[in-house]
Design a protein around this ligand. Structure first.
Ligand code: NAP
Ligand code: GCO
Length: 265
């Protein structure tokens, strides 16, 4: 199992103060990596240190806005100086705005694109030269089912995540020769603050997820841990430009999941 060992590696998880980012960071730490997390708010970083420490994980935190080039350059510089060059980059930070196109102000559309698509470009562009000089690295872009599907009210998010799927493919094409593997993870519906609004019992969306997902449950952030360790480790050295869905089977299911005892003949 040495191929999954991340001992001696430095990982940066953007937006790793809670949710999916934190679960992935904890998994990478359990595999031996030294963890750096960023957030846009200092207080979130202070608070998350304690949560990680409760699991025996000492994280290095750095505050920067992933959409701001100067901020990113400074933040990555601090990590490189204080911890070391980054071997594993998880572009996890992201937001969603659920607003129909005709009602969505262009500034809101731009903000989602900036954080969910432009930021992975900015952060990767800053981190990759060091990976190249050191003979390789791993990039994991947090994509989505909305990288391949639309649905009403998430035009900005789907446009960003669709773009991120193809940005990941282009990273593969440009950087594979440097032994850099860039892949995406496509979570299904995961119980985090991003989905809080659509997860309440009785909400039509909650019913949809529960009936459409063969696993018949929302995913937990920890469900993504194995995929993250795989894509961060030598186990995936010949996997590149790939989008790995971790979705409880929902994408394999065209429609309704019949109950065990339903007449389905
Ligand atoms: P979350 O709980 O809202 O976490 C998002 C993280 O990104 C937060 O830590 C947030 O910090 C940070 N962030 C937002 N804007 C930032 C910026 N400009 N600079 C730095 N950090 C920023 O969401 P999540 O559910 O864990 O999602 C994590 C990733 O997975 C996102 O890319 C999301 O699109 C993707 N995803 C989620 C699901 C799902 O069902 N939950 C499914 C597929 C994909 P603050 O909280 O301080 O703003
Ligand atoms: C939504 C959900 C989805 C999930 C995820 C699915 O409003 O449809 O928030 O976007 O978060 O991206 O993969």
């Amino acid at each position: 199992m040495k191929m999954f060992d991340l001992t001696g590696k430095v990982a940066l998880v953007t937006g790793g103060t809670h949710g999916i980012g934190m679960a992935i960071a904890k998994a990478l730490a359990a595999a031996g990596a030294k963890i750096c997390v960023n957030d846009i708010f200092e207080d979130r970083l202070v608070a998350c240190k304690k949560v990680y420490a409760d699991d025996g994980i000492e994280v290095f935190t750095v505050v920067f806005d992933v959409t701001n080039v100067e901020d990113v350059n400074k933040g990555i510089g601090i990590i490189e100086a204080e911890v070391g060059p980054i071997d594993i980059l998880v572009n996890n930070a992201g937001i969603i705005k659920r607003v129909p196109i005709l009602d969505m102000p262009v500034e809101d559309f731009r903000q989602v694109i900036d954080i969910d698509l432009v930021a992975p470009f900015i952060v990767s562009k800053r981190v990759v030269p060091s990976m190249i000089s050191r003979g390789g690295g791993k990039i994991i872009n947090m994509c989505s089912m909305m990288s391949i599907y639309g649905r009403n009210s998430v035009s900005a998010y789907a446009s960003a995540k669709g773009g991120l799927k193809l940005l990941t493919a282009n990273m593969c094409c440009e950087w594979a020769k440097h032994n850099i593997q860039a892949n995406g993870i496509g979570p299904g519906y995961i119980a985090t603050s991003q989905t809080e609004a659509i997860r309440v019992n009785g909400h039509p969306f909650n019913n949809l997820v529960m009936t459409r997902t063969p696993a018949a449950r929302w995913g937990d952030p920890e469900d993504l841990a194995g995929a993250a360790v795989f894509l961060a480790s030598a186990a995936s050295n010949y996997v590149n430009g790939h989008l790995l869905f971790v979705d409880g089977g929902i994408l394999a299911n065209f429609g309704y999941v019949a109950g065990e005892n339903e007449l389905i003949s």
